[in-house]
Write a protein that binds this ligand. Structure first.
Ligand SMILES: Nc1ncnc2c1ncn2[C@@H]1O[C@H](COP(=O)(O)OP(=O)(O)OP(=O)(O)O)[C@@H](O)[C@H]1O
Ligand SMILES: [Mg+2]
Length: 229
């Protein structure tokens, strides 16, 4: 299944392949984006020429200083905001873990999984199976019946990540997913993404930690509005 995002070219039916023979699942070309400043005619130019190509079975890091436009680029990729110019193509389903968790204070973890599972058109038994796996691997089953308003920041971050993974998407887009995790959860996170990669999924992770570099297959840097590989 191909997913059309924004203004944006879709992949053709024949899947594109890299020189290595792996299927390209995400292609971002020449993205330009400015935000309008309030009470001013000036624009804040954030992205000038952002480009990405990611293949199945790759974990790619997107790095750059605060305010360099990493979250803006990811929001454009998932279609949460529009680009001024450029194109995005996603070949397959995607899951998005936003930097700020988008959760409902009065719903429990179980209810979140049911709500998102319904939105992804998963049947009940698949929702239950996938969510139980996520509770186990991220170690938060004890909170399944707690409302979000009762959760710690780290547990909210686990739920935020779990919701992105629930439907086992082909492309995972994770915006600083482990910022609130303790060490054990951080290690579990990397175990989990390693498994996802082995199953052929592609993962783009926004990260700040230089120490993580070796965990990525590739790092893309965003600097002064441009991507540098
Ligand atoms: N909705 C918005 N309206 C106006 N300006 C915005 C908006 N969102 C982001 N910006 C501006 O765009 C620039 C890039 O922000 P963005 O959140 O994409 O950076 P980032 O690289 O993700 O930073 P961080 O590492 O702090 O998460 C910043 O100058 C920010 O102030
Ligand atoms: Mg950000």
């Amino acid at each position: 299944m191909s997913q059309l995002v924004n203004n944006i070219n879709d992949f053709s039916d024949e899947s594109k392949e890299e020189a290595t023979g792996r299927k390209i699942v995400l292609e971002v070309n020449h993205i330009v984006k400015s935000y309008r400043r309030r009470f001013s005619r000036k624009k804040n130019v954030v992205l000038i020429d952002a480009n990405l190509t990611i293949s199945a079975g790759e974990i790619v890091g997107l790095v750059g200083e605060n305010g360099s436009g990493k979250s803006t680029l990811m929001k454009i990729i998932v279609g949460a905001i529009g680009a001024d110019k450029g194109s995005v193509g996603i070949n397959g389903s995607f899951g998005y873990c936003p930097q700020e968790p988008l959760l409902y204070e009065r719903l429990t973890c179980d209810e979140h999984f049911e709500l998102f599972g319904d939105a992804y058109s998963l049947d009940h038994s698949t929702i239950e199976r996938n969510r139980n796996e996520l509770y186990e691997v991220l170690d938060f089953i004890n909170y399944r019946e707690n409302r979000v308003e009762e959760l710690s920041g780290g547990t909210k971050a686990k739920l935020n990540l779990g919701l992105a993974l629930l439907h086992k998407p082909d492309v995972l887009l994770l915006d600083e997913p482990y910022a609130g995790f303790d060490w054990d959860t951080y290690l579990r996170f990397w175990e989990l993404t390693g498994k996802q990669r082995a199953e052929g999924r592609a993962i783009l992770i926004i990260s700040h930690f230089v120490a993580d570099e070796e965990r990525f297959d590739r790092i893309i840097k965003l600097h002064e509005g441009k991507t540098l590989s």
